[in-house]
Design a protein around this ligand. Sequence first.
Ligand code: 7RM
Length: 418
Amino acid sequence: MKEGRDVWWDDVMQSADAHCPCEPMDSEAPLFILYTSGTTGKPKGILHTTAGYLLYAGMTFQFVFDNRPNDVHFCTADIGWITGHSYVVYGPLSVGATSVMFEGTPFYPDASRFWQIVEKYGVTTFYTAPTAIRALAKAGPQWTQKNDLSSLRLLGSVGEPINPEAWMWYYNHVGQNRAPVVDTWWQTETGGILISPLPGAIPQKPGSATLPFFGIVPKVLRDDGSEASVNEGGYLTISKPWPGMSRGIWGDAERFQKTYFSKFPGVYFTGDGARKDQDGYFWLMGRVDDVINIAGHRLGTAEIESALVAHPAVAEAAVVPRPHDIKGQSIYAFVILKAGHTKNHGLKDELIAHVAKEISAIAKPEVIHFADDLPKTRSGKIMRRILKAIAAGEKDVGDVTTLADPTIVKMLQESRED
Ligand code: 7RM
């Protein structure tokens, strides 16, 4: 308690007015700074401003979740993640919607926790991450059958590519084949959703975030800045500004310019790889820094992981490159099995053959490491930088402070395969 700086709550409340008027702000006044999870390098303080961010969060919420007067929206994100900022707090509240806030894990007291909340509050629109969907799928569909989920009319996914298996599980068991799934692609830097279906209006394709939101102009570019052709993977960029875009990296204007606006001058570079199909639908392929290069063939982590998870024994997978004398890089795959499957050599061979069949022989993992868990941030993102260090046999895997559970690292180092 420091005189002049600190005051007692009870004292100030004595004289406080019951009415608190809104403070008018300049439209470009800073609203908040959110540090990105720092999966690579030093964290960046992403700055958002008052009017543009608020407008964009509110508007995308309204249209992507098709918000109606009696809706009850439940976004399971931690509010410390941009998803919680935009779709638990600012978006829903700015349009007067009802928003359920939850702090805890989907597995306590048991794996029906989300569905208990859905039943209790009559949740109509539900928004979560593929990592949670896969973990819930691993626990089994019986956990979705204990509660009344008939209020649900729309499901959303965010945070990473949702593989078609997880998409179907979500659609069948949570949405009961009735609720559309909106796979929403966006970033801390974008403030709100940029690529997503509009429910009921855009035909769905499991695994694709589909089409851009109003006013958003995404393009898939080649290294030389030319536009990639149909189904050719490239760099995802946005070529026109939008209201919710970040106004800078706090205290480092130069880094902002360098990170997002220098690879392709004049356009925003997302750092993600993507391809656009014959219908103009976008398929996200993971971060471009994570692309694996095998004898000159560039493979996205998302496609290999999706192929592994398509195998009936696999609950979750993460692939990273490992230095290889001849090919430059080879694939090291961390695989979590579903309950009832045993870790053995036969299954390893089967998984390797499965990837070869689904993608090509080039994409075959050299190593399959059966793991019990993966290093993830609190928002559920796999920290491939750490997995890469583990795969390479490094003792020091770097900064682990943003991990939800740092003990996983040692466990994986001890069970490493050579
Ligand atoms: C909202 C959020 C951003 C990164 C982004 C992508 C990945 C997010 C999707 C996705 C494929 C999606 N903000 N990402 N959503 N990839 N499909 N629907 O996650 O700043 O924390 O992360 O997340 O790589 O660049 S974030």
